[in-house]
Design a binder for this molecule. Structure first.
Ligand code: PRP
Length: 185
């Protein structure tokens, strides 16, 4: 019996399959584990989108891992280009002298990540790197460094595996392109 996936019919095409995500996540976790051999890492998930990727990434890690979360908000999507963002939920942990990796589902304009990197850097972590499942470089407004990257995606409306449209589709196990009629109303 085939698995019924909610909202699958709203998807125009599957860009990255469940299997591709699983293989790439294992590869990334292995690379991070090699790079931080003998160290403990704090993975900082950026809510909400990164939770799915983070959950799989951390279970594939081969070194001790601690998890914390931040929630960031721009002042509405329309003002995102201004780069004005604020922290809705801060870290619970003190990251001073710790090895920190920010985990994102997607880097788009780069504004969220730039803000977070600047903000967390000011707390004097021992090291600070970025791990993102997806990169959409065509939308970049500000340069950011992604140390561990899964896939580069084209400038299409992608949802699934944590990524949403209007809070929906996060539970799809793949990354797909949303049918334009869905978001065009
Ligand atoms: C998404 C994504 C990143 C950010 C990237 O979050 O998870 O945090 O946008 O965009 P940027 O590079 O243009 O700043 P979103 O604000 O959609 O919230 P969500 O994670 O709750 O879906």
């Amino acid at each position: 019996m085939s698995k019924r996936i909610p909202w699958e019919s709203d998807i125009l095409e599957v860009l990255i399959t469940e299997e591709q995500i699983r293989a790439k996540t294992a590869e990334m976790a292995h690379q991070i584990s090699q790079d931080y051999q003998g160290k403990e890492v704090i993975l900082v998930g950026v809510m909400v989108g990164a939770v799915v990727f983070l959950a799989d990434l951390l279970r594939a890690m081969e070194i001790p891992v601690i998890v914390d979360f931040v929630a960031i908000s721009s002042y509405g999507k329309d003002t995102r280009s201004s780069g004005v963002v604020r922290i809705l939920k801060d870290l619970d942990l003190n990251i001073e002298s710790k090895h920190v990796i920010i985990v994102e589902d997607i880097v788009d304009t780069g504004l969220t990540l730039k803000y977070l990197v600047d903000n967390l850097s000011a707390r004097s972590p021992a090291t600070l790197r970025v791990c993102a499942l997806l990169d959409k470089p065509s939308r970049r407004k500000i340069p950011v460094t992604i140390h561990y990257l899964g896939f580069t995606v084209p400038d299409k409306f992608v949802v699934g595996y944590g990524l949403d449209f209007d809070q929906r589709y996060r539970n799809l196990p793949f990354v797909g392109v949303l049918r334009p009629e869905i978001y065009a109303g």
